[in-house]
Design a protein around this ligand. Structure first.
Ligand code: TRP
Length: 340
């Protein structure tokens, strides 16, 4: 039955995803796979954060393509659009509007301390624009518009979540309870997947040889695993030891996430068999796990009408919620009520 109560029964979980490139195994095993398990417990909102993306220069056609591709890939990974609200940030204009307002309640000093701003301005020295600087106020708006309870974020976004809480508390203190103060959601530890070529750094799309993309073909996946760096110890034995055997340990984490086997079970399974057997076995397990995801992504991407339907309905549902919060905020700060 439809729940017609004004207060949602489930707690609200929300996350934005930058449409910055194709999803890879690290994104999937580390985050997206866990999100599929949140569906029943929470009311989940996921959006493609295109407003955030233009803080660094984008090719317009590419940005458009990646936004839609990424949406298709999330659905293929099991984020069911019937049960989750999936939308594109720029389709819900309240994000930009609340973002502006929150800029006026966020301090220059606070924004100056954000490590992501410092990192990104070092990397984009020729384009340190205002949007890059005020990015955290927009992110706060993304979260506070939906009165979200939880934000499932990784280490790199913790500081932004803290700032969001500070902004919410500050606003509530001035005007009375307006925003729910969100909590970071520490999920069941997703596997931290490292680069296959350089197992001491995180798997990243900027290192394509060490990175397995969800859309990679089986041959490419097999090749990447065959070439995976294993350790230069003389043991040639499958054993978990992150500091001395980072390469083999990373492959074991991957194999464990894919098959559900424990490290002990994996050590026994490959006892006496060496890396030459282990590496292709991990590759095969990954190929079989990704095959249905890739095929489903391709099927969904070919069905443009379906995708449009998903993001249309998502934006409509998101707008209804966002509008309510923004109306309250406009009233609180003293704007004249809109007559039409
Ligand atoms: N800043 C996040 C990132 O770079 C993306 C993001 C934008 C986000 N708005 C958000 C994440 C709101 C969580 C909640 O990954």
């Amino acid at each position: 039955m439809e729940n017609t109560q004004a207060v949602p029964a489930k707690k609200i979980m929300l996350s934005g995803i930058q449409p910055s490139g194709d999803l890879h195994l690290g994104n999937y095993l580390g985050a997206v796979k866990n999100w599929t398990e949140l569906t029943d417990e929470f009311d989940c909102y996921y959006f493609m954060a295109d407003l955030h993306s233009i803080t660094v220069r984008q090719n317009p056609a590419e940005l458009r393509r990646r936004t839609v591709n990424q949406l298709a890939q999330y659905i293929a990974c099991g984020i069911d659009p019937e049960k989750n609200t999936l939308f594109i940030q720029s389709h819900v204009h309240e994000h930009a509007e609340l973002g502006w307002i929150l800029n006026c309640y966020t301090m220059f000093g606070e924004l100056s301390r954000m490590t992501q701003f410092k990192d990104k301005s070092a990397k984009n020295a020729e384009n340190i624009n205002g949007g890059l600087f005020t990015y955290p106020s927009l992110m706060a708006a993304d979260i506070l518009l939906y009165q979200a309870d939880f934000i499932p974020v990784g280490e790199d976004q913790k500081q932004h979540c803290e700032l969001t809480r500070d902004i919410a508390v500050r606003f509530n203190n001035i005007y009375g309870e307006t925003f729910k103060v969100p909590e970071p959601y520490i999920s069941k530890v997703g596997a931290r997947i490292m680069s296959l070529g350089n197992p001491t750094s995180k798997m990243s799309k900027s290192d394509p040889n060490g990175c397995v993309f969800l859309m990679d073909k089986p041959d490419d996946i097999a090749r990447k695993f065959k070439r995976a760096v294993t350790d230069s110890d003389t043991e040639n034995c499958v054993h978990y030891d992150v500091s001395n055997k980072p390469g083999v340990s990373n492959l074991m984490s991957i194999y464990s996430s894919v098959t559900g086997k424990t490290f002990d079970e994996i050590e026994k399974e490959f006892d006496g068999q060496g890396y030459g057997v282990f590496k292709p076995a991990v590759g095969d397990a990954v190929i079989e796990m990704l095959r249905p995801i890739r095929e489903e992504s391709e099927r969904i991407l070919a069905d443009k009408a379906y995708l449009k339907d998903v993001y249309t309905q998502g934006a409509q549902k998101a707008s209804a919620m966002a509008r309510r919060t923004l109306r309250k905020v406009y009233k609180r700060v003293g704007f004249v009520e809109k007559p039409f």
